[in-house]
Design a protein around this ligand. Structure first.
Ligand code: ZN
Length: 356
């Protein structure tokens, strides 16, 4: 399959929707440097360009300890009201500059309490920062709507507390829930009580599954816990042989379960071997509800425009394919149905029509 080459500037202008992007993985390098100095946190380097390169190299090292260390340095500057306000506001502005019109940001409030903020204060402060960013982006003529997914860390014991927060703040900008952290060894069903609570409260959730672990993790996430989407889900390909779908893969495709796929991140963690061979292309062609995402923009050195560009350059994608995954993302957004329809009809489709 060959598609005409699409210029990066065209890609940047296309309206985008991102469902899977971590707040603590998307800081500006210069902001990390400034905030670290303010709180006395020691970084590998205080030069923003060198720091960006350090993140990218650490993420690509294949060394899990180095990869995890990258989040220590971003989280270190996200323990105060000032740090959270600034990083949340800049998060929104950076998405707007990348052409994103709808985003769901996720983070685990339990990782932001070292400076003495309560879980509720963390959530309220992040919402304040996101709202400030949305107001500035709208004033600049690049409106972006950002909903929040609260995460529990699956290897710790505060998942139920995080779920309670998602219920408590559902009318204050929180649109759903997730569990993050090491997938291998920490199956979704460990937190079944939290997910049952969310289902009783009608709060939608996605689950990181099928990234570091395979089909059993995906099966638990969907059929035991009741997730409405899958974080990554790349390993669903284990249930597809010569284009024939097994029962679980059939469930994912036929029930329109969104796969929140993150190509660059998947290369770094070993969940995929190359952009050209990343399962996102085959799954899209098989009719799965595939979505394109960044996961961690600073740590992976990426943006939505860059992810699109990689697929165009290395996997033969055209603008129509990018439109498909963008519409898919909005269809599976944790937004009311009428608002999803309006976003697709009034923003996404006209934006692509103008570019085609
Ligand atoms: Zn993730």
């Amino acid at each position: 399959m060959t598609a005409p080459r699409v210029e990066t500037e065209t890609l940047r202008r296309l309206p985008k929707a991102v469902l899977h992007d971590h707040l603590d993985g998307g800081l500006r390098p210069a902001t990390v440097v400034e905030l670290a100095a303010a709180v006395g946190h020691r970084l590998p380097t205080t030069d923003p360009d060198e720091l960006a390169a350090w993140y990218y190299e650490a993420a690509n090292s294949g060394d899990l300890v180095r990869y995890i260390a990258t989040f220590e340095h971003t989280l270190a500057v996200m323990q105060t009201r000032e740090g959270l306000l600034r990083t949340a506001e800049e998060y929104v502005l950076d998405l707007a500059a990348d052409g994103v019109v709808y985003a769901e940001v996720r983070y685990a409030p339990e990782l932001n309490t070292d400076g003495g903020l309560s879980l509720a204060e963390v959530v309220e402060t992040v919402q304040e920062g996101l709202a400030a960013g949305m107001a500035k982006a709208a004033a600049a003529g690049t409106p972006v709507r950002v909903g929040t997914l609260l995460c529990g860390m699956r290897m710790f014991d505060r998942v139920r507390e995080a779920a309670d927060l998602a219920v408590a703040y559902r009318d204050a900008g929180v649109v759903g829930f997730d569990i993050a952290g090491a997938e291998d060894g920490f199956p979704p069903a460990d937190h079944l009580a939290a997910f049952e609570h969310l289902r009783r409260e009608s709060v939608p959730f996605t689950i990181h599954a099928g990234e570091a672990h395979g089909l059993p993790s995906i099966h638990q996430a969907l059929q035991v816990c009741g997730a409405q989407r899958l974080g990554h889900g790349v390993r669903i390909t284990d249930d597809i042989v010569d284009g024939k779908l097994g029962r679980l893969a059939g469930w994912v495709r036929d029930r329109r379960i969104a796969l929140e796929m993150c190509p660059t991140s998947n290369l770094q963690t070993g969940a995929a071997t190359s952009i050209a061979d990343h399962p996102i292309t085959a799954l899209k062609d098989l009719g799965f509800r595939v979505t394109l995402n960044t996961d961690n923009r600073l740590v992976s050195g990426t943006t939505m425009t860059r992810e699109m560009s990689l697929l165009v350059e290395q996997a033969g994608w055209g603008v129509e394919d990018l439109r498909t995954v963008t519409v898919n993302a909005v269809k599976s957004a944790f937004l009311p149905f009428d608002e999803r329809r309006a976003l697709i009809d009034d923003v996404i489709l006209p934006g692509y029509a103008a570019a085609l």
